[in-house]
Design a protein around this ligand. Structure first.
Ligand code: ZN
Length: 294
């Protein structure tokens, strides 16, 4: 069994895993939380976690894959709003602290790769992966390779605009982004402004119960998200659309609207034979993908 080492790095904790490279199965995993978000502190905690796990399971010195929520250029974190980092050479520092070659990848790229290698898209080479959780993210795999773009920031699907000008303020600093409406954190803010209780996943049942304000908001958010995805299907012609994240995985009505909108609005040729799947690996897709990408 050849072992790979991966880390899924979030805003408050890191999970590390030893993964069987041939099957994508997690052999062992551990988690480490932190309260200090300074880069040196996060590097230190992550290295401690990785080094202990590698020693315990006799993983030979080799590469380390890290899935990271943020905008990256090589091993450098250009911008990570949830940690408050800008231009941090995280890959370099973690490499020094672990003695391993660190491959830093966007968290959605890692998740898409995990689902392609060991999850719902196994056996396919062309996928479009959309996760709606706290934010909205995507990854594009075409002909078996991740689409990175010229400067590694392709597939920032959460920041496509819904209207030509203005709109709700997004965490990226621009207005009118899909994420500013459909991302779980922003949606919850919007619900609060409209006097609706609960978090983003409460909107669907609230709308179904007949609450007029909730229904209007739900219909707007689901139809916009669904149309944006349907248009990407027309552009990308994937074999599999992978849907996941904390909001989508708990809102079956939204998934149904996405299915119906693709059937109605994607070009007929682009959606012929398209499989629409829910991410099968849950919280582990990014962890497994990061390890296998290393
Ligand atoms: Zn944005």
């Amino acid at each position: 069994m050849t072992l790979a080492l991966g880390v899924d790095l979030g805003g408050t904790n890191a999970r590390a895993a030893v993964v069987d490279r041939s099957t994508g199965r997690i052999v062992a995993s551990e988690k480490q939380s932190w309260t200090d978000r300074a880069p040196e502190a996060v590097v230190g905690e992550t290295a401690k976690l990785v080094n202990a796990l590698a020693a315990k399971h006799s993983v030979a010195v080799g590469p380390l894959g890290v899935g990271f929520a943020g905008m990256l250029r090589g091993g450098v974190v250009v911008n990570a709003p949830n940690l408050g980092w800008r231009d941090v050479d995280f890959g370099g520092a973690l490499s020094k602290a672990t003695g391993r070659d660190v491959k830093l990848v966007n968290d959605l790229s890692a998740a898409a790769w995990g689902e392609l290698s060991a999850g719902c898209a196994r056996g396919f080479r062309d996928t479009f992966t959309v996760f709606v959780g706290t934010g909205v993210g995507s990854a594009i795999i075409t002909n078996g390779a991740l689409l990175t773009g010229a400067t590694q920031v392709a597939a920032e699907f959460g920041h496509v605009k819904l209207i030509p000008q203005g709109g709700r303020r997004c965490g990226c600093g621009q207005d009118g982004c899909l994420e500013a409406y459909a991302g779980g954190a922003k949606l919850a803010e919007w619900m609060k402004e409209e006097g609706l209780d609960g978090t983003a996943v409460d909107l669907e049942p609230l709308a179904a119960s007949g609450h007029t304000g909730a229904r209007k908001m739900y219909e707007f958010v689901s139809s916009q998200l669904a149309l944006a995805i349907a248009n990407q299907i027309t552009v990308l012609n994937p074999a599999v659309l992978v849907l996941g994240g904390g909001v989508l995985s708990r809102c079956p009505g939204m998934v149904q609207i996405i299915r119906e909108t693709i059937a109605a609005r994607s070009s007929v040729a682009s959606r012929a034979g398209l499989k629409i799947e829910l991410a099968a690996l849950g919280d582990d897709s990014g962890l497994i993908g990061a390890a296998l990408l290393s």
